[in-house]
Design a protein around this ligand. Structure first.
Ligand SMILES: [Zn+2]
Length: 316
């Protein structure tokens, strides 16, 4: 039965070598904190671990321009220098390799759930991806990991897939790549106004944008999801769920003020688990986006994954 399929944990050591700057919040410590918590609470024992492959050029070109792919890959051999893209984004010698693994993780996740080898896949990767546009790296992001995964999912002949983005920030890159693609529904909650200061795309009928004011909190967030996301999802019946799983909307995160709690991430996991069971044969692939308070981030991942691991954790 699909419900008993294992949860896949996909990562790669190279994802810990990319660093934007010494004190940058999008740091390798984020992955260490998540992995440490998975071990400490016992969730690691209940997941099947996979090493992320590098995304192929063909897979990347489904979401990005040739010029952008070539530009990112031109940084594979930069040596011991730092190449700055903008105030939030820079390459070190490992960045391009890490970006290839981060994008490849989502592709592997899609293959695992489509082939029935996993029910759900979580990609513990960095750099994150949802700000990367078809032709542009920005906002800590180089390749758009969730978009590469979604484009790969479409090669299986799925009619409708949903990308759910609950990061604090708007996933402008995913919107740029999929706007007006009738097969990809992109549902986003995000603090507004805040980076990247998205002003919307009213002509794009596949984008369900739900901007939230600072200090919205749990009650307002959940009401927005129920009122804005659920009717569209129930009408569409996506055959796979791709998740831009950012945890920077948590109250403890230094980046914003949406004021979500650990319980909200458990609630989101439960909701997505149920939605995927109803129309998508439980197929869910989540990829890490933001989350900069290490405790809130690692606890958020734990809470989000718990429903996929059968509810409360039981000792082996
Ligand atoms: Zn974010």
């Amino acid at each position: 039965m699909r419900a008993s399929l294992p949860v896949a944990w996909i990562t790669h050591p190279t994802c810990r070598l990319h660093q934007i700057d010494e004190d940058h919040p999008e740091s390798p410590l984020r992955l260490s904190a998540i992995e440490d918590r998975m071990i400490a609470v016992g969730q690691a024992d209940f997941m099947t671990r996979y090493e992320a492959p590098e995304a192929t050029r063909e897979q990347l070109l489904r979401a990005h321009s040739e010029a952008h792919v070539d530009h990112v890959l031109s940084h594979r051999k930069i040596g011991d220098v730092r190449v700055v893209v903008d105030s939030d984004t820079a390459y070190n010698r490992y960045t391009a390799d890490a970006a290839l693994r981060a994008a490849g993780a989502g592709v592997l996740g899609v293959d695992l759930v489509m082939e029935g080898k996993a029910g759900m896949a979580f990609c513990a990767v960095r750099p994150p991806g949802h700000h990367a546009e078809r032709d542009k790296a920005m906002g800590f992001c180089f390749f758009n990991n969730v978009a590469v995964a979604a484009a790969h999912a479409l090669t299986y002949g799925l009619r409708h897939i949903a990308v759910i983005d609950f990061d604090l920030h708007y996933g402008n890159g995913t919107a740029d790549i999929f706007r007006n693609n009738a097969q990809v529904l992109l549902l986003s909650t995000y603090q507004h106004p805040l980076y990247p200061y998205w002003t919307g795309a009213p002509e794009a009928m596949n984008l369900v944008d739900v901007p939230l004011k600072p200090f919205t909190g749990s009650e307002g967030f959940r009401a927005a999801v129920i009122n804005e996301w659920l009717p569209v999802l129930e009408r569409t019946g996506p055959e796979m769920y791709l998740i831009s799983a950012g945890f920077d909307a948590h109250a403890a995160d230094p980046m914003g003020d949406l004021r979500l709690t650990h319980e909200d991430y458990r609630w989101l996991g439960t909701l997505i688990h149920e939605l995927a069971a109803s129309s998508a044969q439980n197929r869910v692939v989540a990829t890490l986006e933001g989350g900069y308070d290490l405790t809130a981030l690692s606890r958020g991942v734990e809470e989000f994954l718990t429903p996929f691991l059968g509810g409360e954790m039981m000792p082996l």
